[in-house]
Design a protein around this ligand. Structure first.
Ligand SMILES: *[C@@H]1O[C@H](CO)[C@@H](O)[C@H](O)[C@H]1NC(C)=O
Ligand SMILES: *[C@@H]1O[C@H](CO)[C@@H](O)[C@H](O)[C@H]1NC(C)=O
Ligand SMILES: *[C@@H]1O[C@H](CO)[C@@H](O)[C@H](O)[C@H]1NC(C)=O
Ligand SMILES: *[C@@H]1O[C@H](CO)[C@@H](O)[C@H](O)[C@H]1NC(C)=O
Ligand SMILES: *[C@@H]1O[C@H](CO)[C@@H](O)[C@H](O)[C@H]1NC(C)=O
Length: 357
């Protein structure tokens, strides 16, 4: 199914990237590889329909039966609801199937075709995948995925490791801000053991300067600046790889992120990494909806999802309606192939922000 409207708005987006993408605010100086650094521009998307539909998929790059099952259910859901994009929370390419190496090696790596393009077909091949990097991206060549996005196929959207998008939804242009972040520098703080266990990742972090506290503070500062800049949004969504659900939020410096999100009234944080589906509802002390959608291919791990969890192949589907300010979500279990499009195993909604704006 080809959706003309989406495709043309995506072309506009692509030309924006081609002419403006990767431009770095000169006052920001961390690390020698400019395309990986945060940009202070945001990408603007207009959605004239009142309802904006999308799905969140994570940890999907392990070829096999479960990847195929999830891909099929995701395709059916995307076509049924006319979803506009996929939010990809990372770990896009693993060691597995015919591949003896993690991540990708360069921007011509065959994995872009076999693990991504050939697996996610139909409507999934026409819409953008708004991506972030996971640890498996860093285990090999994280630069190559950014390079692929900038030079080969912008539909795999990763113009920088930190970037912001703004979606204007419906006739009244309800504003949604999306802040896409790389959580790796906050999660991996024991660099001595990282150097032993994942030398390629360690070397890339050092090359970026992200082994230094000052530079990690600058990344946190960028996130805070973006949150402040987009306080007039009806929803603020943050997308990152590592989870902040229940027990998982205490790893490394991850609590620095949850503190920021809670302080600036982030509506929801979408993550993966734990190969499961888990959800933590907002509470008075932690007023953010925390999601894990990390079971796109390989199962395992848990964060003891405080509100709900299920160890099954699947993904998270969301339908947001601007006029009545609802964002309904459904976790989809894709394990049973006799159920076309999978089955809903848990559902709820993400409250809109009620600040005076
Ligand atoms: C890119 O990586 C693939 C997979 O490791 C390898 O087969 C290929 O030779 C590499 N291409 C270039 C141009 O380095
Ligand atoms: C990583 O990928 C980039 C972009 O494709 C390429 O220029 C670079 O040589 C690769 N690095 C290594 C170590 O292969
Ligand atoms: C991150 O964690 C390390 C080790 O726990 C700590 O020494 C450091 O100050 C933290 N850095 C930041 C930027 O929060
Ligand atoms: C695939 O999913 C099934 C449950 O439907 C699970 O038992 C199996 O371990 C999963 N396979 C992998 C490789 O994670
Ligand atoms: C808001 O509108 C959507 C789309 O018409 C509908 O699915 C949803 O149930 C409505 N929610 C409320 C609270 O009215």
């Amino acid at each position: 199914m080809v959706n003309g409207k989406v495709f043309s708005s995506f072309s506009v987006l692509v030309s924006f990237i081609l002419f403006n993408g990767g431009i770095i605010n000169e006052s920001y100086a961390a690390g020698p590889i400019p395309i990986l650094n945060p940009t202070f521009k945001y990408f603007l998307e207009n959605y004239p329909d009142d309802t904006l539909d999308f799905s969140v998929l994570g940890d999907w790059g392990f070829p096999g039966q479960n990847q195929t099952k999830v891909a099929n259910a995701l395709k059916v859901t995307t076509e049924r609801f006319n979803s506009k994009f996929i939010i990809n929370v990372g770990d896009s390419f693993y060691v597995g199937g015919p591949y003896t190496y993690d991540g990708v090696s360069n921007s011509s790596d065959p994995k872009f075709n076999t693990i991504w393009k050939a697996t996610y077909t139909g409507a999934l091949a026409n819409i953008p995948w708004y991506s972030v990097a996971g640890n498996h991206e860093w285990y090999n060549n994280v630069t190559a995925e950014v390079d692929y996005s900038l030079t080969k196929d912008a539909r795999f959207f990763l113009p920088a490791l930190y970037y912001t998008r703004v979606s204007l939804v419906g006739p009244n242009k309800a504003k949604i801000a999306w802040i896409h972040i790389d959580t790796d520098p906050f999660y991996y703080t024991d660099l001595v053991s990282l150097k032993q266990s994942q030398p390629a990742m360690y070397n890339s972090l050092v090359q970026q300067g992200w082994d230094k506290n000052d530079n990690v503070e600058k990344l946190l500062g960028w996130i805070e600046t973006e949150l402040i800049a987009h306080q007039d949004s009806r929803w603020i969504f943050v997308v990152g790889h590592h989870p902040l659900v229940a027990s998982c939020k205490n790893t490394g410096n991850m609590t620095r992120l949850s503190a920021l999100f809670e302080n600036y009234h982030v509506s929801a944080y979408f993550s993966g990494h734990a190969h499961t589906l888990e959800y933590q509802a907002p509470s008075a002390s932690e007023p953010v909806s925390y999601f894990i959608s990390g079971s796109g291919s390989k199962l395992g791990d848990t964060c003891d999802g405080r509100t709900w969890g299920d160890l099954t192949p699947g993904f998270l589907h969301i339908s947001l309606t601007a006029s009545n300010k609802t964002a309904n979500f459904q976790y989809i279990d894709a394990s049973d192939t006799t159920k076309t499009g999978g089955s809903v195993v848990y559902s709820g909604s993400i409250p809109p922000r009620n600040l005076p704006f």
